[in-house]
Every structure is written in C-alpha cells, then in structure tokens.
Design a protein. Structure first.
Length: 175
C-alpha cells in the first residue's frame, strides 16, 4: 500500500514539470512583444536618420543591439529551460537546429544568462556615455556612478558564477 502511495506521489511530482510549459510559452509571447518594440525603434531610426545627430543614431543602433541580445537570451532560456525542466524538444534531425540546443545544462544556462546581462548592462552604460553632457550635475554624476557600480556588480557576479562552476566541476570529477 505504501509503495503504491509513494509511486503515486512520485508520478504526480514528475508530471508537475509540465506546469512550467506555460511560463516558456509566455516567454515566447514576450519575444513577440520585443519584436514589436524592435520594429518601432527601427522605424523611428529610419525616419529620423537624415536629421538626427550621429550620437543619436549610434544610441539607436545600440538600443537595437540591446533588444537583439535580450531576444537571443530569451530564446536560449526558452529552449534550454524547457529541455532541462520539462521535456526534450524533438527536432534532432532538423537542419536549422542550433548546435548548442540540448547541450546546455543548468550551470551553463546560468553562465550564459549572466553573460548576456553583463553585455546588456555594458550596452546601456555605453548609451549613457554617448549621451553625457559636457558638465554633470551632482544628480547626473550620482546616477552615472550608480550605473557603473551596478555594471561592476554584474561583472563580479558573472566571474563568481564562473569560478563556482569551475570549482564544482573539478569537485565532481574528483568524486
């Protein structure tokens, strides 16, 4: 009797992984929203490029790069997260299947996410530098220092994640 209860509990827990599927579908929808925003920014840049200063064009391009990085990050999270936690995606024979698909484990996904966050933060910081006035007020200076500090926290966090994974990987090989 207890074995039957245990099997029922374990089956329920195993099947509960499918509760994550709507989260990944929601992330697919968020890529669609990001695509709409990307299109709006691209249209705005296209209509203003002849009259906009060079710095505005560069900042606009950086915004597009930023959105493409976020979209790529979302796609990576959707593919990897779904395969790690829900079910394998059965497209092994498809010619367009990304080479990394099915090969990223949770640890690798964490590193790719923090790497993308660092890149996105760096682009945002670069956009801030491109729009700096010649003289900064105290509030502007404090905001700049805060952005730099946050970016450095992301960089240090990324390095710490990588070190922890390296340590954990070498510890697992020893045992």
């Amino acid at each position: 009797m207890s074995n039957m209860i245990e099997n029922g509990i374990e089956t329920t827990i195993f099947r509960s992984r499918w509760l994550l599927a709507p989260f990944y579908l929601g992330l697919v929808f968020s890529i669609i929203l990001l695509l709409i925003q990307f299109g709006q920014e691209l249209w705005h840049m296209t209509t203003e490029v002849l009259v906009a200063p060079e710095s505005d064009v560069i900042v606009g391009i950086l915004a597009l790069v930023d959105m493409s990085l976020v979209g790529s990050l979302l796609l990576m999270i959707i593919f990897s997260g779904y395969e790690i936690f829900v079910s394998k995606i059965q497209v092994a024979g498809h010619e367009d299947r990304p080479g990394w698909m099915g090969k990223i484990d949770f640890s690798g996904l964490k590193l790719k996410v923090i790497g993308a966050i660092v890149a996105i933060s760096a682009i945002d910081l670069l956009k801030t530098f491109m729009n700096l006035p010649d003289t900064l007020s105290d509030d502007q200076f404090n905001a700049l220092v805060l952005k730099i500090s946050i970016h450095l926290v992301f960089v240090v966090s990324g390095v710490m994640f990588a070190l922890m994974d390296k340590i954990a990987g070498s510890t697992n090989k020893d045992h």
